[in-house]
Design a binder for this molecule. Sequence first.
Ligand code: AN7
Length: 363
Amino acid sequence: MTIDPDMPAHEDAVLRGVMHQYAEHLPVTDKTPIISLGEGDTPLVRSQSIERELGCDALYFKLESCNPTGSFKDRGMVVAVAKAMEEGAQAIMCASTGNTSASAAAYAGRYGLKCFVIVPDGNIARGKLAQSVVYGAEIIAIDGNFDAALRVAREITSKHPIALVNSVNPHRVEGQKTASFEIADALGDAPDVLALPVGNAGNITAYWRGFVQYHQMEHTSRRPMMLGFQAAGAAPLVDGAPIESPQTIASAIRVGNPASSASALAARDESGGAIAAVTDDEILAAYARLAREEGIFCEPASAACVAGVLRQKAEGRSFAGQTVVCIITGSGLKDPETALRTEPDVHRVPAELGAIEREMGWA
Ligand code: AN7
């Protein structure tokens, strides 16, 4: 492994990123540049409130929103971009519901690659669009959904010398599996239950691979049950068939035909788990509770896994004695429209002490 000689040696980040931390578990050769934007090593935070309702032994949130571009995508993107650099690529491309494009744009800008992102026009959260704009990607907005965007991205990258950095790129999944290692290391073993939102199904594939490998290497005594959650209007893995026009407020997981369906179903079955649906109302309720009761501002897609375990509990699943980890896949700051979808309850008063105290009820 080498640090690219043309690049400044950002020592701190390089020593902390997932490529440095987990090189032995990644497709790193002596030609692979070890690059980093400081991704990985995210907090595992214990629940203060929802844990009690779930009746589990412990509930933790893995704050993947703390990655450099605000989502879990950075773990896989750093590896995909390093491999693209190793292979001499000048450009990368992805289809995206927003987070993949933000991540691709950041690493591409940093390492001097051209970046094309194909997004469903008008259907990605504003914060994610802002990231791609400011990081300097070429943004191609299509009149079609994510599934259509991925189709054209695959066609274009098969025709032109451009690296496709969606999770169909195996290096993405390799990088993303490192989150499983971190969770197991932090807890001293695999959790009993791992819950996460499912869109294109790359992440559930990655987590399961990570836990299986760590167990094979005898770093853990067991493997978790995998619980994946889709939005009810975009739940092809629950319905058992692709969906033409998926709909949900959780735009990150508005996917009708997941590219990694087969490996997601394998993760479900091999782990004795489930992939189930939650409604947008349940997602929004969990989104609000995470913020107000746990201090965690996530994007709606991330809240789907918390909505999911709460629903499973309400439907009779017992989590007694179990350790449960919910993956907070992305930051709430990415989607201000959802946060402000109803007129916020703001107290408007003159800039004057008495008026403010009266409004506070502390006069
Ligand atoms: C916050 O950015 O697919 O099941 O193009 O942004 O691996 O697709 C994002 C997916 C969950 C689902 N949570 O992960 C994209 C994209 C958040 C996400 C998912 C996404 P996968």
